[in-house]
Design a protein around this ligand. Structure first.
Ligand SMILES: Nc1ncnc2c1ncn2[C@@H]1O[C@H](COP(=O)(O)OP(=O)(O)O)[C@@H](O)[C@H]1O
Ligand SMILES: [Mg+2]
Length: 309
C-alpha cells in the first residue's frame, strides 16, 4: 500500500523521551525528562540559565549520551546517525569564519551533510531566501550583524529540508527586530509542517510562538502542557457600585477576591465562571459598569513556578 509507511511516520511523535537523565561528574544536569513532542508542533523548552535545556538538546541529537533513560527522535533511538540528516540544529553558541561568504558557509555544510554537489548551490539559495538573506549570498560573514549571523545559523539548520528543527536560544543575542524576524521564520516553518523544538530562557519569545511548553527548573520539568491550558486560570477586574463585604459573602468559591472602592478583582477564577459571578453580583444588588478578564502572562505563571525555590 503506497503511502502507508509515510503516514505512519507522520503519525509518530517527533520526539519521545522517557526518564532521560544526564549527570556530569556525579551532578545531575537533567533528571527524568519524560516528554512527547507531536509532529508539526512548535514546542518551547523553557527554563532559567543552567536548568538543563542545552543538555537535553545534546542528548536528543546524540551529541552526549544519557546517564539513564531513553528516547526516540523521528522514530529512531537517540544517537541514530541516519536520523541526524532529518534534523536541523542551531547550536547555542556558534561562529562561522569571518572570511567565508554566506553561500560558502552553506556549501560547506551541504558537503558535510553529503548532499549531491550539483544540488548544493540551489539548496543554499533556497534557505537563504527563507531567512531573508538571498541578496547577501556573496557577502562575507565578517560584515554581518549579529542578527544576520543568527539568520545564517538558521539557514544552516534548514539545509536538507529537515522534518525537525532544534533551536537552542535562537534569539537571546538579538535585538527586537532580529527577534521578530526569527519569530517569522518559526511561523513559516510551522506552516510548512516542520516540527520546531525551541530552547529559550525568554518567556515572551516562547509565549509568542509556541503551542506547547515544558518548563524546566534545576534539571526537572515542573510544568508541561499546551500554553492555553497552562494559562487557563485567569483573573477578572470588575467595576461596580453597591458592593460591600456583605455582598461578597460566599463568592470566594470563584477565586481570591480583592475589593478597593468600586473596583473588584478576582484572581484565579476560571474564564467560564465569569458570567456566573457577574450574575450573582447583579442579583445581590451591585450595579456593574465594566468587566475585564485577563489571562496571566507566561511570565507570571513561570515566576509562580520558580517562586517555590
Ligand atoms: N559538559 C559539562 N560538564 C559539566 N557540567 C555541565 C556540562 N554541561 C552542562 N553542565 C552543567 O549542567 C547544568 C545544565 O546546563 P545546561 O544544560 O547548559 O543548561 P541551560 O542550557 O538550561 O542553561 C549546569 O549546571 C551546567 O553547569
Ligand atoms: Mg543552554
Amino acid at each position: 500500500m503506497p503511502g502507508t509507511i509515510g503516514a505512519a511516520r507522520r503519525a509518530e511523535p517527533a520526539i519521545l523521551t522517557e526518564q532521560l537523565s544526564k549527570e556530569y561528574g556525579g551532578k545531575a544536569a537533567l533528571s527524568d525528562l519524560t516528554m512527547t513532542v507531536p509532529r508539526g508542533q512548535v514546542f518551547g523548552f523553557l527554563g532559567p540559565n543552567g536548568a538543563g535545556k542545552t543538555t537535553a538538546v545534546k542528548l536528543l541529537l546524540g551529541l552526549a549520551r544519557p546517564t539513564a533513560g531513553e528516547g526516540l527522535v523521528l522514530g529512531e533511538p537517540l544517537g541514530d546517525v541516519a536520523v541526524r540528516r532529518r534534523v536541523g540544529y542551531l547550536p547555542e553558541l556558534f561562529r562561522y569564519q569571518d572570511w567565508l561568504t554566506a553561500e560558502e558557509v552553506l556549501l560547506a555544510h551541504g558537503a558535510l551533510a553529503a548532499r549531491p554537489s550539483a544540488a548544493r548551490r540551489g539548496e543554499a539559495q533556497a534557505v537563504l531566501e527563507v531567512v531573508g538573506l538571498a541578496g547577501r549570498a556573496r557577502d562575507r560573514v565578517g560584515t554581518f550583524s549579529k542578527g544576520m549571523q543568527q539568520r545564517l545559523g538558521l539557514a544552516v539548520a534548514l539545509l536538507g529540508a529537515p522534518e525537525l528543527v532544534v533551536l537552542d536560544e535562537p534569539t537571546s543575542a538579538l535585538d527586537p527586530t532580529g527577534r521578530h524576524d526569527v519569530r517569522e521564520i518559526i511561523h513559516d516553518l510551522k506552516s510548512r509542517g516542520v516540527t520546531v523544538f525551541l530552547n529559550s530562557h525568554l518567556l515572551g519569545e516562547v509565549e509568542q510562538v509556541c503551542d506547547h511548553v515544558a518548563i524546566l527548573r534545576a534539571g526537572r520539568v515542573v510544568a508541561q502542557g499546551s500554553l492555553d491550558v497552562l494559562l487557563s486560570s485567569t483573573g477578572v477586574r470588575i467595576e461596580a457600585d453597591g458592593v460591600t463585604s456583605g455582598t461578597l459573602q460566599g463568592l470566594e468559591r470563584f477565586g481570591e477576591i480583592f475589593l478597593r472602592g468600586t473596583e473588584l478583582q478576582v484572581d484565579g477564577i476560571r474564564r467560564q465562571d465569569i458570567p456566573a459571578l457577574v450574575a450573582e453580583l447583579v442579583a445581590r444588588g451591585a450595579q456593574v459598569y465594566a468587566v475585564e478578564s485577563r489571562r496571566p502572562s507566561l511570565e507570571e505563571h513561570f515566576l509562580g513556578l520558580m517562586g517555590g525555590r
